[in-house]
Design a protein around this ligand. Structure first.
Ligand SMILES: NC(=O)c1ccc[n+]([C@@H]2O[C@H](COP(=O)([O-])OP(=O)(O)OC[C@H]3O[C@@H](n4cnc5c(N)ncnc54)[C@H](O)[C@@H]3O)[C@@H](O)[C@H]2O)c1
Ligand SMILES: [Zn+2]
Ligand SMILES: [Zn+2]
Length: 361
């Protein structure tokens, strides 16, 4: 029987989001219904509300979530009712040219549930990133749910579903930060702080946090930044070079998505070093770099989608590290809120007052 539950809906560009009744179908083949326990509020949810992703309103927002599998479709074998899972927005297909080359974290054909959730009048919903987890329950493709140790707090675990994984993975997977590598992270929101946390776990030193907000730099230290640079008063490239013996950092991670800070990352990197772009640029932005330096400085310029993560490989391992007290996921949970407080959480996020507000259900 399809179920009626509450969900947070964005109906039109700029309209405040509202809690409405949604209809969740029973899972068909390859699908699962998840009873959501917690879901973080991410910039991407706000981008959907602002029409910045596409115009397929109404959206069911929310995508950084953990919960319990309620029911699964006929052919689902990896998860079962009662499992504690983290949701992901890149369920790999196993058959595209990237999966077949043994690189499923780049899967070029990720998928979501086939059936649609709807409003009471039958209007089809577009779930944010194919998830839609500001809801009591949601319907996903079974591959979007990864079983992890149920001892983890849902509000911390769910954050691995998006921004925190993007930052951790930018350091650990994309940059392959190693012991003793020097790392600079430009932009210390939730994603940048996760890149700092990932660099600390990987054994980096020094770890240099760069931001224009003094409060963000204080928080960055709690995740493992050994040095901070206030870019509102200091020149970041010079400071990063000074802290690294005049050379620049082995790895520089840009976690904002601005041409200006990407260029800083490019020049703050040591010869043969690595730049990782995890911040998402707007479509109209352009960068300008001296071509001879792109060649002459060597190394690599990479971008990182979702931390190049493979949920089945990374989520259980990261939750185990969290439960051992080695990965600080709790530090990203600035506050827990109710389903009716998402709009307020957007304002706090825009003001930079929180790393993550997390809806608890
Ligand atoms: N690649 C991915 O898969 C992925 C996933 C999630 C989010 N993201 C992107 O990561 C970026 C960061 O996300 P977030 O949630 O941490 O955002 P955020 O807004 O919380 O953090 C950005 C930080 O950058 C700082 N900042 C702004 N301008 C600056 C400047 N000129 N110099 C130094 N610091 C500056 C801000 O003070 C803030 O602390 C966004 O672009 C987001 O879309 C990427
Ligand atoms: Zn694939
Ligand atoms: Zn997100």
């Amino acid at each position: 029987m399809p179920q009626q539950v509450r969900g947070v809906i964005a109906r039109a560009v700029g309209d405040p989001v509202e809690v409405e009744t949604i209809v969740v179908p029973d899972p068909g083949p390859g699908e699962a219904v998840i009873d959501i326990q917690a879901c973080g509020v991410c910039h991407t949810d706000l981008h959907y509300r602002e029409g910045g992703i596409n115009d397929e309103f109404p959206f069911l927002l929310g995508h950084e979530a953990a919960g319990i599998v309620e029911s699964v479709g006929s052919d689902v074998t990896d998860i079962a009712p009662g499992d504690f899972v983290i949701l992901n927005w890149r369920a790999v297909c196993g058959q595209c040219r990237s999966c077949l080359k043994g690189r499923p974290w780049y899967c070029f054909d990720t998928h979501n549930a086939t059936q649609k959730m709807t409003l009471l009048d039958g209007t089809e919903l577009s779930p944010a990133l194919g998830i839609g987890a500001f809801a009591d329950k949601t319907l996903v493709a079974a591959g979007q749910a990864t079983k992890v140790d149920p001892a983890a707090r849902p509000e911390a675990a769910g954050l691995l579903g998006c921004g925190v994984m993007a930052g951790l993975g930018a350091a650990m997977n994309t940059a392959e930060v190693g012991r003793g590598d020097s790392v600079a992270v430009i932009g210390c929101g939730g994603v940048g702080d996760a890149a700092i946390e990932g660099s600390r776990l990987a054994g980096a030193h020094p770890i240099i946090a760069v931001d224009v907000d003094a409060k963000k730099l204080e928080w960055a230290k709690e995740f493992g930044a050994t040095h901070t640079v206030d870019a509102s008063t200091e020149e970041p490239v010079e400071r990063i070079r000074a802290i690294t013996g005049g050379n620049g950092a082995d790895v520089v991670i840009e976690a904002i998505g601005l041409p200006q800070t990407y260029e800083q990352a490019f020049f703050a990197r040591d010869l043969a070093g690595t730049v990782v772009l995890v911040g998402v640029p707007r479509p109209d932005m352009k960068i300008e770099l001296p071509f001879i330096d792109v060649f002459g400085r060597g190394g690599s310029l990479k971008s990182s989608w979702y931390g190049d993560c493979l949920p089945s490989r990374d989520f259980p391992m990261l939750i185990d590290l969290y439960l051992q007290g080695r990965l600080n996921l709790d530090g990203f949970v600035s506050e827990t809120i109710g389903l009716d407080e998402v709009e307020e959480a957007f304002h706090k996020m825009e003001a930079g007052d929180v790393l993550r507000s997390v809806v608890v259900l």
